[in-house]
Design a protein around this ligand. Structure first.
Ligand code: COA
Length: 335
Protein backbone atom coordinates (compact mmCIF):
# COMPACT_ATOMS: atom_id res chain seq x y z
CA UNK A 1 0.00 0.00 0.00
CA UNK A 2 2.87 2.39 -0.81
CA UNK A 3 1.79 6.04 -1.09
CA UNK A 4 -1.26 5.45 1.08
CA UNK A 5 -1.72 6.60 4.65
CA UNK A 6 -1.74 4.26 7.62
CA UNK A 7 -5.14 3.36 9.07
CA UNK A 8 -5.11 2.65 12.78
CA UNK A 9 -7.54 1.64 15.48
CA UNK A 10 -7.42 4.52 17.97
CA UNK A 11 -9.95 3.28 20.52
CA UNK A 12 -12.22 0.32 21.21
CA UNK A 13 -15.46 -0.17 23.12
CA UNK A 14 -18.04 -2.82 23.85
CA UNK A 15 -21.41 -3.27 25.47
CA UNK A 16 -22.95 -6.40 26.94
CA UNK A 17 -26.58 -6.27 28.10
CA UNK A 18 -27.22 -6.89 31.80
CA UNK A 19 -29.59 -9.86 31.78
CA UNK A 20 -27.77 -13.18 32.23
CA UNK A 21 -29.41 -16.42 31.07
CA UNK A 22 -27.61 -19.56 32.23
CA UNK A 23 -27.75 -23.03 30.71
CA UNK A 24 -29.75 -24.12 33.74
CA UNK A 25 -32.28 -21.36 33.03
CA UNK A 26 -32.67 -22.76 29.50
CA UNK A 27 -33.02 -26.32 30.78
CA UNK A 28 -36.16 -25.16 32.60
CA UNK A 29 -37.88 -24.19 29.30
CA UNK A 30 -36.24 -26.67 26.88
CA UNK A 31 -35.31 -30.35 26.74
CA UNK A 32 -31.60 -29.63 27.28
CA UNK A 33 -29.02 -29.54 30.06
CA UNK A 34 -26.08 -27.49 31.26
CA UNK A 35 -23.86 -30.51 30.64
CA UNK A 36 -24.97 -30.96 26.99
CA UNK A 37 -24.54 -27.27 26.16
CA UNK A 38 -21.18 -26.92 27.92
CA UNK A 39 -19.61 -30.02 26.42
CA UNK A 40 -20.91 -29.42 22.85
CA UNK A 41 -20.33 -25.65 22.73
CA UNK A 42 -18.28 -24.38 25.70
CA UNK A 43 -21.08 -21.94 26.57
CA UNK A 44 -22.15 -21.59 30.23
CA UNK A 45 -24.32 -18.48 29.99
CA UNK A 46 -25.18 -15.61 27.67
CA UNK A 47 -26.41 -12.02 28.10
CA UNK A 48 -29.69 -11.09 26.45
CA UNK A 49 -31.01 -7.60 25.70
CA UNK A 50 -33.95 -6.10 27.56
CA UNK A 51 -37.37 -5.99 25.83
CA UNK A 52 -37.03 -2.26 25.18
CA UNK A 53 -33.40 -2.39 24.00
CA UNK A 54 -32.54 -2.26 20.28
CA UNK A 55 -29.46 -3.03 18.16
CA UNK A 56 -28.84 0.72 17.76
CA UNK A 57 -28.98 1.24 21.56
CA UNK A 58 -26.25 -1.37 22.03
CA UNK A 59 -24.20 0.05 19.14
CA UNK A 60 -24.33 3.54 20.66
CA UNK A 61 -23.07 2.34 24.04
CA UNK A 62 -20.13 0.46 22.49
CA UNK A 63 -19.30 3.40 20.20
CA UNK A 64 -19.38 5.94 23.05
CA UNK A 65 -16.74 3.89 24.88
CA UNK A 66 -14.58 3.62 21.77
CA UNK A 67 -14.85 7.37 21.12
CA UNK A 68 -13.90 8.15 24.71
CA UNK A 69 -10.82 5.92 24.54
CA UNK A 70 -9.76 7.41 21.19
CA UNK A 71 -10.13 11.05 22.25
CA UNK A 72 -11.48 11.89 18.77
CA UNK A 73 -14.25 14.53 19.00
CA UNK A 74 -17.63 13.63 17.52
CA UNK A 75 -17.56 16.34 14.86
CA UNK A 76 -14.47 14.72 13.30
CA UNK A 77 -16.12 11.34 12.66
CA UNK A 78 -16.72 11.13 8.91
CA UNK A 79 -18.32 7.71 8.58
CA UNK A 80 -20.05 4.91 10.44
CA UNK A 81 -19.90 1.35 9.17
CA UNK A 82 -22.31 -0.77 11.20
CA UNK A 83 -22.17 -4.55 10.77
CA UNK A 84 -25.41 -6.18 11.83
CA UNK A 85 -27.76 -8.94 10.79
CA UNK A 86 -30.36 -7.72 13.27
CA UNK A 87 -31.23 -4.14 12.28
CA UNK A 88 -33.70 -2.02 14.26
CA UNK A 89 -36.00 -1.87 11.18
CA UNK A 90 -35.88 -3.29 7.60
CA UNK A 91 -35.81 0.37 6.50
CA UNK A 92 -34.01 2.66 7.33
CA UNK A 93 -30.46 1.52 8.03
CA UNK A 94 -29.63 1.16 11.71
CA UNK A 95 -26.46 3.24 11.34
CA UNK A 96 -28.67 6.31 10.67
CA UNK A 97 -30.26 5.83 14.09
CA UNK A 98 -26.79 5.43 15.58
CA UNK A 99 -25.63 8.67 13.90
CA UNK A 100 -28.59 10.51 15.42
CA UNK A 101 -28.32 9.01 18.91
CA UNK A 102 -24.55 9.64 19.05
CA UNK A 103 -24.93 13.18 17.66
CA UNK A 104 -22.33 12.90 14.89
CA UNK A 105 -22.94 15.98 12.67
CA UNK A 106 -20.69 15.03 9.72
CA UNK A 107 -20.90 11.24 9.50
CA UNK A 108 -22.03 9.23 6.49
CA UNK A 109 -23.70 6.07 7.71
CA UNK A 110 -23.96 2.64 6.15
CA UNK A 111 -24.99 -0.82 7.38
CA UNK A 112 -23.23 -3.94 6.16
CA UNK A 113 -24.57 -7.46 6.43
CA UNK A 114 -21.74 -9.97 6.30
CA UNK A 115 -22.71 -12.62 8.85
CA UNK A 116 -20.33 -13.15 11.72
CA UNK A 117 -17.47 -11.76 9.61
CA UNK A 118 -19.16 -8.32 9.52
CA UNK A 119 -16.92 -6.44 11.95
CA UNK A 120 -13.77 -7.62 10.16
CA UNK A 121 -15.26 -6.74 6.76
CA UNK A 122 -16.02 -3.32 8.24
CA UNK A 123 -12.43 -2.81 9.37
CA UNK A 124 -11.19 -3.70 5.88
CA UNK A 125 -13.54 -1.13 4.32
CA UNK A 126 -12.60 1.51 6.90
CA UNK A 127 -8.93 0.97 6.13
CA UNK A 128 -9.69 1.68 2.45
CA UNK A 129 -11.54 4.91 3.27
CA UNK A 130 -8.86 6.19 5.64
CA UNK A 131 -5.73 5.01 3.79
CA UNK A 132 -6.91 6.53 0.53
CA UNK A 133 -7.38 9.91 2.22
CA UNK A 134 -11.10 10.02 1.38
CA UNK A 135 -11.94 10.26 5.08
CA UNK A 136 -9.99 10.92 8.27
CA UNK A 137 -11.88 9.33 11.14
CA UNK A 138 -14.65 6.76 11.26
CA UNK A 139 -16.44 4.28 13.46
CA UNK A 140 -16.69 0.58 12.76
CA UNK A 141 -19.37 -0.97 14.93
CA UNK A 142 -21.04 -4.33 15.21
CA UNK A 143 -24.24 -4.85 17.14
CA UNK A 144 -26.13 -8.12 17.11
CA UNK A 145 -29.38 -8.96 18.89
CA UNK A 146 -30.21 -12.43 17.65
CA UNK A 147 -32.32 -13.13 20.74
CA UNK A 148 -35.24 -11.45 18.96
CA UNK A 149 -34.89 -13.76 15.91
CA UNK A 150 -34.47 -17.08 17.69
CA UNK A 151 -37.05 -19.80 18.15
CA UNK A 152 -36.92 -20.29 21.91
CA UNK A 153 -38.56 -23.71 21.41
CA UNK A 154 -35.68 -24.90 19.16
CA UNK A 155 -32.93 -26.32 21.38
CA UNK A 156 -30.56 -26.74 18.41
CA UNK A 157 -30.22 -22.98 17.83
CA UNK A 158 -31.37 -20.82 20.75
CA UNK A 159 -28.78 -22.17 23.20
CA UNK A 160 -25.93 -20.84 21.05
CA UNK A 161 -26.39 -17.09 20.91
CA UNK A 162 -26.06 -13.99 23.07
CA UNK A 163 -26.55 -10.27 22.42
CA UNK A 164 -23.82 -7.61 22.41
CA UNK A 165 -21.96 -4.88 20.56
CA UNK A 166 -18.37 -3.82 19.90
CA UNK A 167 -16.83 -0.79 18.23
CA UNK A 168 -13.56 0.72 17.03
CA UNK A 169 -12.55 4.26 16.05
CA UNK A 170 -10.33 4.21 12.96
CA UNK A 171 -8.08 7.06 11.81
CA UNK A 172 -4.78 7.97 10.13
CA UNK A 173 -2.82 8.81 13.32
CA UNK A 174 -0.45 6.62 15.27
CA UNK A 175 -2.86 4.43 17.26
CA UNK A 176 -3.22 1.27 19.24
CA UNK A 177 -3.18 -1.00 16.20
CA UNK A 178 -2.37 -0.48 12.54
CA UNK A 179 -4.81 -2.29 10.23
CA UNK A 180 -2.55 -4.36 7.94
CA UNK A 181 -3.23 -7.21 5.49
CA UNK A 182 -6.69 -8.63 5.09
CA UNK A 183 -8.55 -11.44 3.35
CA UNK A 184 -12.25 -11.84 2.53
CA UNK A 185 -14.15 -14.76 0.99
CA UNK A 186 -17.66 -16.02 0.20
CA UNK A 187 -19.39 -19.28 -0.72
CA UNK A 188 -22.95 -18.22 -1.49
CA UNK A 189 -23.95 -21.76 -2.46
CA UNK A 190 -24.29 -22.40 1.29
CA UNK A 191 -26.69 -19.48 1.83
CA UNK A 192 -29.36 -21.69 3.43
CA UNK A 193 -27.04 -23.24 6.05
CA UNK A 194 -27.76 -20.28 8.36
CA UNK A 195 -30.84 -18.28 7.39
CA UNK A 196 -34.20 -16.86 8.36
CA UNK A 197 -36.65 -18.11 5.69
CA UNK A 198 -39.32 -15.39 5.94
CA UNK A 199 -39.24 -11.61 6.25
CA UNK A 200 -37.44 -10.75 3.00
CA UNK A 201 -38.51 -10.40 -0.63
CA UNK A 202 -38.62 -14.16 -1.28
CA UNK A 203 -41.17 -14.79 1.45
CA UNK A 204 -42.58 -11.71 3.19
CA UNK A 205 -43.89 -12.17 6.71
CA UNK A 206 -47.36 -13.74 6.65
CA UNK A 207 -49.60 -15.54 9.11
CA UNK A 208 -48.52 -18.80 7.53
CA UNK A 209 -44.82 -17.92 7.85
CA UNK A 210 -45.35 -17.15 11.52
CA UNK A 211 -47.36 -20.34 12.08
CA UNK A 212 -44.59 -22.41 10.46
CA UNK A 213 -41.83 -20.68 12.51
CA UNK A 214 -40.22 -19.34 9.31
CA UNK A 215 -39.47 -16.01 10.97
CA UNK A 216 -36.77 -17.64 13.11
CA UNK A 217 -33.13 -18.51 12.48
CA UNK A 218 -32.54 -21.99 10.99
CA UNK A 219 -29.14 -23.65 10.91
CA UNK A 220 -27.42 -26.77 9.62
CA UNK A 221 -25.07 -27.05 12.60
CA UNK A 222 -22.85 -29.81 11.24
CA UNK A 223 -22.22 -28.14 7.89
CA UNK A 224 -21.53 -24.83 9.65
CA UNK A 225 -19.08 -26.54 11.98
CA UNK A 226 -17.09 -28.26 9.20
CA UNK A 227 -16.95 -25.21 6.95
CA UNK A 228 -16.05 -22.79 9.71
CA UNK A 229 -13.00 -24.82 10.76
CA UNK A 230 -11.73 -25.08 7.17
CA UNK A 231 -12.42 -21.47 6.20
CA UNK A 232 -11.05 -19.94 9.40
CA UNK A 233 -7.78 -21.83 8.95
CA UNK A 234 -7.51 -20.93 5.26
CA UNK A 235 -8.23 -17.22 5.75
CA UNK A 236 -5.75 -17.00 8.64
CA UNK A 237 -3.07 -18.64 6.48
CA UNK A 238 -3.87 -16.30 3.57
CA UNK A 239 -3.55 -13.13 5.62
CA UNK A 240 -0.30 -14.19 7.28
CA UNK A 241 1.14 -15.06 3.84
CA UNK A 242 0.17 -11.60 2.52
CA UNK A 243 1.88 -9.92 5.48
CA UNK A 244 4.82 -12.33 5.15
CA UNK A 245 4.72 -13.38 8.80
CA UNK A 246 4.33 -16.70 10.64
CA UNK A 247 1.93 -17.60 13.44
CA UNK A 248 4.82 -17.11 15.90
CA UNK A 249 4.69 -13.36 15.26
CA UNK A 250 0.98 -13.24 16.17
CA UNK A 251 0.54 -12.65 19.90
CA UNK A 252 -3.26 -12.95 20.00
CA UNK A 253 -5.70 -14.83 17.79
CA UNK A 254 -9.21 -13.41 18.09
CA UNK A 255 -11.39 -16.07 16.49
CA UNK A 256 -15.11 -15.67 16.03
CA UNK A 257 -16.61 -16.98 19.25
CA UNK A 258 -19.18 -19.52 18.04
CA UNK A 259 -18.22 -22.79 19.63
CA UNK A 260 -15.22 -23.79 21.75
CA UNK A 261 -14.84 -27.01 19.72
CA UNK A 262 -14.52 -25.05 16.47
CA UNK A 263 -11.79 -22.88 18.04
CA UNK A 264 -10.05 -25.96 19.49
CA UNK A 265 -10.00 -27.65 16.06
CA UNK A 266 -8.61 -24.49 14.41
CA UNK A 267 -5.97 -24.05 17.13
CA UNK A 268 -4.89 -27.68 16.93
CA UNK A 269 -4.61 -27.75 13.14
CA UNK A 270 -2.72 -24.44 13.11
CA UNK A 271 -0.50 -25.38 16.07
CA UNK A 272 -1.46 -22.27 18.06
CA UNK A 273 -0.82 -22.34 21.84
CA UNK A 274 -4.12 -22.06 23.73
CA UNK A 275 -2.77 -19.13 25.77
CA UNK A 276 -2.81 -16.94 22.63
CA UNK A 277 -6.57 -17.36 22.16
CA UNK A 278 -8.90 -15.28 24.36
CA UNK A 279 -12.21 -17.06 25.00
CA UNK A 280 -15.30 -15.01 25.83
CA UNK A 281 -18.02 -17.35 24.56
CA UNK A 282 -18.29 -19.26 27.84
CA UNK A 283 -20.06 -16.29 29.44
CA UNK A 284 -21.32 -14.42 26.35
CA UNK A 285 -22.37 -17.13 23.87
CA UNK A 286 -22.07 -16.40 20.17
CA UNK A 287 -22.63 -12.65 19.73
CA UNK A 288 -22.39 -12.88 15.92
CA UNK A 289 -20.22 -10.27 14.17
CA UNK A 290 -19.83 -8.42 17.48
CA UNK A 291 -17.90 -11.32 19.04
CA UNK A 292 -14.51 -10.40 17.59
CA UNK A 293 -15.04 -6.69 18.34
CA UNK A 294 -15.98 -7.45 21.94
CA UNK A 295 -13.01 -9.82 22.36
CA UNK A 296 -10.66 -7.10 21.07
CA UNK A 297 -12.04 -4.47 23.44
CA UNK A 298 -11.94 -6.81 26.45
CA UNK A 299 -8.33 -7.75 25.64
CA UNK A 300 -7.39 -4.03 25.48
CA UNK A 301 -9.17 -3.15 28.73
CA UNK A 302 -7.82 -6.19 30.60
CA UNK A 303 -4.20 -5.46 29.56
CA UNK A 304 -3.99 -8.70 27.59
CA UNK A 305 -2.38 -7.13 24.50
CA UNK A 306 1.27 -8.12 23.95
CA UNK A 307 3.80 -5.27 23.69
CA UNK A 308 4.52 -5.84 20.02
CA UNK A 309 3.79 -8.17 17.10
CA UNK A 310 0.37 -8.78 15.62
CA UNK A 311 -3.23 -9.59 16.49
CA UNK A 312 -5.16 -11.73 14.04
CA UNK A 313 -8.95 -11.29 13.78
CA UNK A 314 -10.72 -14.18 12.04
CA UNK A 315 -14.47 -14.56 11.43
CA UNK A 316 -16.88 -16.90 9.68
CA UNK A 317 -20.65 -16.92 9.37
CA UNK A 318 -23.90 -16.90 7.41
CA UNK A 319 -23.42 -16.65 3.68
CA UNK A 320 -21.05 -18.44 4.03
CA UNK A 321 -18.76 -15.44 4.47
CA UNK A 322 -15.36 -15.30 6.11
CA UNK A 323 -12.62 -12.73 6.59
CA UNK A 324 -9.49 -12.02 8.54
CA UNK A 325 -7.30 -9.01 9.22
CA UNK A 326 -3.95 -8.49 10.89
CA UNK A 327 -3.50 -5.64 13.36
CA UNK A 328 0.06 -4.53 14.08
CA UNK A 329 0.41 -3.57 17.74
CA UNK A 330 1.58 0.03 18.10
CA UNK A 331 0.59 1.12 21.59
CA UNK A 332 -0.65 -1.03 24.45
CA UNK A 333 -1.50 1.36 27.29
CA UNK A 334 -5.06 1.47 28.54
CA UNK A 335 -6.78 4.90 28.62
N1 COA B 1 -29.70 -30.13 24.19
C1 COA B 1 -29.78 -31.48 24.16
N2 COA B 1 -29.73 -32.17 23.02
C2 COA B 1 -29.60 -31.50 21.87
C3 COA B 1 -29.51 -30.10 21.83
C4 COA B 1 -29.58 -29.41 23.05
N3 COA B 1 -29.50 -28.07 23.12
N4 COA B 1 -29.39 -29.70 20.54
C5 COA B 1 -29.38 -30.81 19.80
N5 COA B 1 -29.52 -31.89 20.60
C6 COA B 1 -29.58 -33.29 20.20
C7 COA B 1 -30.03 -33.49 18.78
O1 COA B 1 -31.45 -33.48 18.71
C8 COA B 1 -29.45 -34.84 18.45
O2 COA B 1 -30.27 -35.82 19.00
P1 COA B 1 -30.54 -37.19 18.20
O3 COA B 1 -29.18 -37.84 18.08
O4 COA B 1 -31.47 -37.93 19.11
O5 COA B 1 -31.12 -36.80 16.89
C9 COA B 1 -28.14 -34.85 19.22
O6 COA B 1 -28.26 -33.84 20.23
C10 COA B 1 -26.93 -34.54 18.38
O7 COA B 1 -27.22 -33.42 17.58
P2 COA B 1 -26.16 -32.82 16.60
O8 COA B 1 -26.80 -31.71 15.85
O9 COA B 1 -25.54 -33.94 15.83
O10 COA B 1 -25.08 -32.26 17.63
P3 COA B 1 -23.67 -31.67 17.33
O11 COA B 1 -22.64 -32.40 18.07
O12 COA B 1 -23.45 -31.42 15.86
O13 COA B 1 -23.78 -30.21 18.03
C11 COA B 1 -24.11 -27.92 17.48
C12 COA B 1 -24.75 -29.28 17.57
C13 COA B 1 -25.15 -26.92 16.99
C14 COA B 1 -23.63 -27.51 18.89
C15 COA B 1 -22.88 -27.97 16.52
O14 COA B 1 -23.25 -28.58 15.30
C16 COA B 1 -22.32 -26.61 16.24
O15 COA B 1 -21.86 -25.93 17.13
N6 COA B 1 -22.34 -26.19 14.97
C17 COA B 1 -21.86 -24.88 14.61
C18 COA B 1 -22.93 -23.88 14.94
C19 COA B 1 -22.42 -22.48 14.90
O16 COA B 1 -21.36 -22.22 15.38
N7 COA B 1 -23.22 -21.58 14.34
C20 COA B 1 -22.94 -20.21 14.25
C21 COA B 1 -21.86 -19.96 13.23
S1 COA B 1 -21.64 -18.29 12.98
Amino acid sequence: MDGLRKACILGTGSYIPERVVTNNDLSRILDTSDEWIRTRTGIRERHLAAENESASDMAVKAAERALKMSGIPKHRIGFIILATGTPDYPIPNTSSLVQDKLGLPHAGAVDISAGCAGFIHGLVMAKGLVSSGLFDYGLVISSEMLSKHLDWKDRTTCILFGDGAGAAVVGPDQGKFEICSSDMGTDGSCWDCIHIPAGGTVEPVSEEAIRKDKIYLKMNGRKVFQNSVRRMIDTAAAVMAKEEITADEVGLFLFHQANIRIIQCVAKKMGIPWGKIPIELDRLGNTGPASVAIALDLAVRDYRIPEDGYILLDGFGAGFIWSSVLLRIEHTEKE
